[in-house]
Design a protein around this ligand. Structure first.
Ligand code: GRF
Length: 184
């Protein structure tokens, strides 16, 4: 069975949706006070956390992550709101085994503010993308994406909520297509 680890930096709503449908070996957060850790506790999912500032440099931080992944024999790393760029140490150890969800229709609106950027640009539709992670920012090969409309009376909040709903449907679909087995 494919073993997955979910990486999240903050809220963790995507993690929650995934953990409710799939067996998650552990969640990793790079913030000790992230809300995702509370969600993990409630769901009974193991959690690991350490912060970049606790290490000499990013390579050492990522070495600790790689050791954790190796120890748990993780097959697939699922980034869900992990707000750090994956650097060479982690990428070279796990390339081809890391996926990310981005709240826009890539290559449109890459970067940390995909929803706000699409909103400000006034586009009639945006979307959600799941892609393999490579050394660029939101540039890896696209696995699956869906369009999400912006409706005439949308506010940023309602638009954002619709994007998130699309994420909650898309990520489980992709995990299933990659052979991650659903729990009963
Ligand atoms: C999601 O919109 C995801 O696409 C982006 O960060 C957000 C994380 O939300 N990369 P959450 O932590 O899963 O609630």
């Amino acid at each position: 069975m494919k073993k997955i680890a979910v990486f999240a930096s903050g809220n963790g709503s995507n993690f929650q949706v995934i953990a409710e449908q799939f067996s998650v070996e552990f969640v990793f957060s790079d913030h000790r006070d992230a809300y995702v850790l509370k969600r993990a506790e409630t769901l009974g999912v193991a959690a690991h956390t350490f912060e970049l500032k606790e290490f000499d440099n990013k390579a050492a931080y990522e070495e600790a992550i790689v050791a954790l992944l190796d120890k748990h024999e993780i097959d697939l790393v699922v980034l869900a709101g992990y707000m750090k760029i994956v650097a060479n140490t982690l990428l070279s150890a796990y390339e081809g085994r890391i996926i990310n969800i981005h709240p826009a229709y890539l290559p449109e609106f890459p970067g940390a503010h995909g929803i706000e950027d699409a909103w400000r640009a006034g586009v009639p539709e945006s979307g959600v993308t799941v892609h393999w992670v490579d050394s660029g920012i939101d540039t890896g090969q696209i696995i699956k994406q869906v369009r999400v409309p912006r409706l005439p009376d949308d506010t940023l909040e309602s638009f954002e909520a619709r994007i998130h709903e699309a994420e909650y449907a898309l990520y489980p679909e992709v995990l299933e297509s990659l052979g991650v087995v659903k729990r009963d």
